[in-house]
Design a protein around this ligand. Structure first.
Ligand code: NOJ
Ligand code: CA
Length: 683
């Protein structure tokens, strides 16, 4: 054979070898700074996969990664790892308000590039961050041919849970009419069908895991769908037309997160979600004010008053001024007033299109009220119920926020009461489209409200919200939200919240961020103590909620007269702060009980809240969170010996004793009971 021909044949052979014999699978690994968590990313059989081990135990078995587009080749198979880069960071940042002033962000990073094995165009990056208490990963899709206009029709992310047959999960269903307002299920993991996140489970080893997402911006919310037993697949909430996400490359997805801790309490002390969000984009946010508020609110829920106009109208000038007097007397910052604006008459939940966000009812004098509040040092808290008619809201948003700004209203509660999948969007052609509260469209609408409000130095407390994914770090005026069954269900819910509800919330919903639960109902028998609808707690447990369920704004939800009637118990609500220097969960098991200790921001005092489910229990709590060497007066509000949520909910002992960090406190909690303690620094 001629030399050139020989060389050609040899070259051809080599080339054939390269394209026909798949290269051995590649795997790259990264561990957490303390070495406890190991993430392995591979291209085995051309499919991008990751797996997670914790202290040598497999938590996530090799699970698919990838996404599928309406047009253009999917990132699903035929892929190889074409490169990877590493990084690490250990830094701290300060929260303008929060559970703790300083947050440490200590992680290692591995970015893995996938390319097509056949060398055709196309690239996707998966960036992993591994912390000591969990991991996050996100897709980054660079600009590339064929992906100018992107429509994602499937995200292939899976979580194949090891030991799923013996794990217990706490979860609420996804894609239901009642959004996030379901009772939590406690089931074997394999009994889950489609769940919302945060999705929490406990493995037989005792390892606790919570799957969620961070930084949900311009993307659809992720829910988890169990098809093959043990495999939770990302199920993104669609637009009205079935598309999951509409975007253009380059784009980044939210972070898919797994908090992984040796016990239940570990989950409560994780800052992983906040660490995966971008820093504050609003600059000086000293105008965002944590605080406590009362409101013309519970009266409507227990049917003493109405939102609509008429004889029982709650939102009158006189009634608001009465609440402002009460707020000023006891040091509350704000008074929420619902039902002040035109649109509440008739079936308000169904007629969102007639809401005006600038026109008050004639018996509500907005100017006089805000002037009165200014004199008293109390602010009116604004309210916008949209009933899901978001185009109607959007059309009035500028005027509505401008009006509030002019009147000195600095916090607005918004509401999106509409069935899941029934948000009313009027498109560019005037056609009504029904959207989900947690699809990409609404993810954008909620953020629009927050960023438009920020321009006017207004904070937003969203009800019927999109779930929290830590965006308060980036937009600190997103001060709280609902997003679970709150106290209101005790007024009219069928059934009301069971005793275990607030022993599950900390380990599930609260892992995502602050909740406007609205604690503090003192008249537990507004329909009689035997009635079906009433808070199924003791009085002491209502107080415990102020420390257990974190929110920078806390409502004292009951009527003023019910606080005046129990002035001694009310003192705890008067004293408790809502902004913290430090927070530490100190005891608990999911669905059973929980205890938190928190130190007042900028102060020396500590507070403790503990509560239990339907079982009475005794907690032995070491006070080692207190500053060593300092003496404290513990002002204890605890269940009395006879306390029982059903038969004797008001039996409560208020007592004082001096304690220090070396002491251990024994706390007896009644059935659905609790305890609330202020540790007043004595020197
Ligand atoms: C539901 C909210 O959760 C509740 O707090 C409010 O009172 C009603 N919607 C009316 O807006
Ligand atoms: Ca609600």
């Amino acid at each position: 054979m001629d030399r050139h021909l020989r060389q050609f044949v040899y070259g051809l052979g080599l080339w054939l070898l390269v394209v026909t014999v798949p290269a051995a699978a590649k795997a790259v690994k990264v561990t957490s700074p303390d070495g406890d968590i190991l993430v392995t990313v591979s291209d085995y059989k051309g499919i991008p996969r990751y797996s997670v081990q914790y202290r040598g135990e497999t938590v996530v078995e090799p699970s698919h990664l990838g996404m599928v587009f309406r047009n253009g080749k999917p990132f699903a198979d035929g892929l190889v790892i074409s490169g990877s880069t590493r990084d690490a960071s250990d830094s701290s940042w300060e929260q303008p308000w929060g559970e703790r002033r300083t947050v440490r962000d200590n992680h290692r990073e591995l970015s893995v590039d996938f390319a097509r094995a056949d060398r055709s165009a196309g690239a996707i990056k998966v960036r992993f961050r591994v912390f000591n208490d969990g991991i996050g990963f996100r897709y980054e899709v660079p600009k590339q041919a064929g992906l100018d206009k992107v429509e994602i029709v499937d995200e292939l992310t899976e979580f194949r849970i090891a030991d799923s047959g013996q794990s217990t999960a706490w979860w609420i269903p996804a894609r239901g009419w009642n959004r996030y307002e379901y009772l939590y299920n406690t089931t074997p993991l394999q009994k889950v069908d489609r769940a919302q996140t945060p999705f929490t489970f406990k493995m037989p080893s005792g390892t606790h895991v919570s799957i969620h997402e961070a930084a949900l911006v311009d993307y659809a919310s992720m829910t988890l769908d169990q098809r093959r037993l043990g495999t939770l697949k990302a199920s993104l909430v669609p637009w009205y037309d079935g598309t999951l996400v509409k975007t253009t490359a380059p784009f980044k997805t939210p972070w898919r997160t797994l908090e992984i801790t040796p016990n239940a309490v570990g989950l409560l002390n994780s800052d992983l979600i906040l660490n995966l969000n971008e820093p504050n984009k609003l600059g000086d946010v000293s105008w965002v004010k944590p605080g406590k508020y009362v409101g013309i609110w519970w009266a409507m829920h227990i049917k003493d008053k109405t939102w609509g106009s008429g004889k029982k109208h709650g939102a009158t000038t006189a009634e608001t001024e009465r609440y402002m007097d009460f707020a000023a007397k006891y040091g509350f910052d704000g008074v929420l007033v619902e039902g002040w604006n035109i649109g509440w008459d008739g079936n308000w939940a169904a007629n969102g299109d007639v809401f005006s966000f600038t026109q008050p009812y004639p018996d509500f004098d907005l100017k006089a009220i805000t002037d009165y509040g200014r004199k008293k040092g109390v602010r009116l808290i604004g309210h916008h119920e949209t009933s899901g008619s978001v185009t109607n809201y959007k059309n009035q948003m500028d005027d509505a926020y401008d009006l509030y700004q002019k009147m000195g209203v600095t916090q607005v509660k918004t509401g999106y009461v509409a069935d899941g999948g029934k948000i009313k969007r009027v498109d560019e052609n005037g056609i009504v489209r029904n959207e989900w509260h947690d699809g990409q469209f609404m993810v954008g609408e909620y953020l629009r409200s927050v960023t438009e409000a920020a321009k006017r130095k207004i904070s937003i407390n969203t009800h019927e919200p999109i779930k929290d994914t830590g965006l308060r770090r980036t937009y600190p005026n997103w001060i709280a939200r609902e997003g679970a069954r709150g106290q209101e269900f005790n007024a009219w819910g069928s059934p009301p919240n069971p005793p275990e509800h607030t022993a599950i919330l900390p380990y599930t919903r609260m892992l995502s961020g602050p909740m406007d639960f609205t604690p503090g109902i003192f008249d537990l028998g507004f329909n009689g103590l035997d009635a079906q609808n009433r808070p199924r707690t003791t009085l002491a447990k209502q107080l415990a909620l102020y420390v257990v369920l974190y929110s920078p704004i806390q409502m004292a939800a009951d009527l003023p007269k019910n606080y005046e009637a129990k002035r001694d118990a009310f003192q705890f609500i008067v004293d408790v702060p809502t902004d913290w220097e430090k927070s530490r969960a100190i005891a608990g098991e999911v669905g059973d009980y929980v205890a938190f200790a928190r130190q007042e921001r900028g102060g020396k005092d500590w507070y403790l809240g503990a509560l239990t489910d339907e079982k009475p229990r005794t907690l032995e709590l070491p006070l080692d969170f207190l500053e060593p060497g300092r003496q404290y007066e513990a002002q204890i509000y605890r269940d009395g010996a006879e306390a029982d949520w059903q038969t004797n909910p008001y039996n409560m002992v208020i007592e004082q004793k001096n304690v220090g960090s070396g002491d251990t406190l024994t706390l007896k909690l009644a059935r659905s009971g609790g305890a609330a303690i202020r540790f007043r620094a004595l020197d």
